[in-house]
Design a protein. Structure first.
Length: 409
């Protein structure tokens, strides 16, 4: 399928505009990075604690942020989560990231408790009248309370019965009510619950409008190691591609392709800074995907250049490159256009968790496609001009050159 036939656009004649656009994007992006003190790394790389909080209604992000600032946690990150980012009314879950050092259960408990303290203070449920929060109580804590109060009047041997009752109550809270009970009457249908139990819970507990769903931790040493490995993975991928293209074509083609990929990554990182996205492991996965995607598009153009050089040996080299780009234009529109539509839908509909990943993909597809003909191809043309070769020059392996020499004889 072809969208365009007999295209005759002078891409190399417009190369200075492509380069100017790239320089502007690079300058703006990296000015933003320097102004912000560097890139924003996620908990994956900088280390810390992630606390997943669910609210009974839309998460009051501004109140949470103010509470964190008042508690001296201004560097914390807040990210809303929903199944559909277009439906803001369903954004009841947030992920709060705090920079905490340490490892193990103590660090997990410390991070969880720090967030709980901030939330209880912010929403006025901090030890209300000496009561605990039922939506945050553990099974063991609830069992201990019920054993002490003994609302079923079971006597001294009630421990096991109340352990089972506490388990059923927390299961009902977490599985049937999403972790948040707004009225104790919602628990009256739980097996073993009587009016006396409901009354005891009402007297001993308060009901907050939030609950802690999960807690995760990444140590600072692990984060630094992940960051170093991500950089090395990207550099190794670029080095491998450079060697392959240098062997398959010529070294200048490999150098041009790698420069174009560096260009794509640097522009993407600059836009991440401008739009305040964090660099996480999923973003690194997206960048590595884009390295391969951009390289593939560049190789397609270079391969067509090599084929056309065999047929247009006396034509000016820029004309050969223009023809190669025009011949692959329909393929570029089909593949890049469909990929762009896919990642755009992922960006709009994929949810907050995938927002940074999909943003990197959207930007990368556009910039990677444009750099193949706007950056990589002009570099090869300028190099040939620098060498003083105004007509078409063979671009290929030694075997290709021997075949061409035999054909001329």
């Amino acid at each position: 399928m072809e969208f365009f036939h007999n295209v005759n656009m002078d891409w190399m004649g417009k190369a200075k505009y492509f380069v100017s656009l790239s320089l502007v994007l690079l300058a703006v992006g990296w000015i933003s990075i320097l102004h912000n003190g560097g890139l924003r790394y996620g908990i994956d790389f900088r280390g810390g604690t992630l606390v997943y909080v669910r609210f009974s209604g839309p998460a009051p992000v501004n109140q949470i942020r103010k509470g964190l600032q008042d508690a001296g946690l201004a560097n914390s990150s807040i990210q809303t989560i929903s199944d559909n980012v277009l439906n803001s009314g369903s954004q009841n879950d947030v992920v709060i990231g705090i920079e905490k050092t340490g490892q193990g259960d103590e660090a997990l408990d410390a991070g969880k408790q720090a967030i709980l303290d901030v939330l209880h203070k912010t929403f006025g449920t901090a030890n209300a009248a000496g009561k605990q929060d039922f939506n945050s109580i553990t099974v063991s804590g609830l069992a201990a309370y019920l054993t002490q109060k003994d609302p079923l009047i079971l006597g001294t041997n009630a421990g096991e019965r109340y352990n089972q009752l506490a388990q059923r109550l927390t299961d009902a809270r977490d599985k049937e009510h999403g972790g948040i009970v707004t009225n104790f009457d919602e628990l009256k249908n739980v097996d073993g619950v009587t009016s006396a139990v409901i009354g005891s819970l009402s007297n001993g507990f308060t009901l907050s409008n939030f609950t802690i769903r999960n807690v995760e931790i990444v140590g600072p040493k692990v984060g630094a190691q992940l960051r170093r490995q991500a950089i090395l993975a990207t550099l190794y991928a670029l080095a491998g591609m450079l060697l392959y293209i240098a062997f398959r074509f010529e070294w200048v083609y490999g150098a041009a392709a790698v420069i174009a990929v560096f260009h794509d990554v640097l522009i993407t990182l600059g836009l991440f800074s401008i739009f305040h996205f964090e660099i996480s492991l999923t973003v690194i996965a997206a960048l590595l995907t884009l390295v391969g995607y951009s390289m593939n598009d560049t190789i397609v153009i270079f391969d067509r250049v090599r084929e056309d050089l065999r047929l247009m040996r006396r034509e000016p080299f820029p004309e050969v490159v223009n023809k190669a780009i025009n011949q692959t234009l329909s393929r570029t529109i089909l593949t890049s256009g469909l990929t762009f539509l896919t990642v755009l839908v992922l960006f709009l509909m994929g949810g907050e968790v995938l927002r940074a990943f999909s943003f990197a993909m959207v930007v990368g597809v556009v910039v990677g496609t444009y750099s193949s003909f706007g950056i990589a191809a002009p570099i090869v043309v300028w190099w040939n001009k620098y060498r003083g070769q105004g007509t078409a020059v063979r671009a290929g392996s030694a075997a290709d050159k021997r075949v061409a020499a035999a054909a001329r004889r």
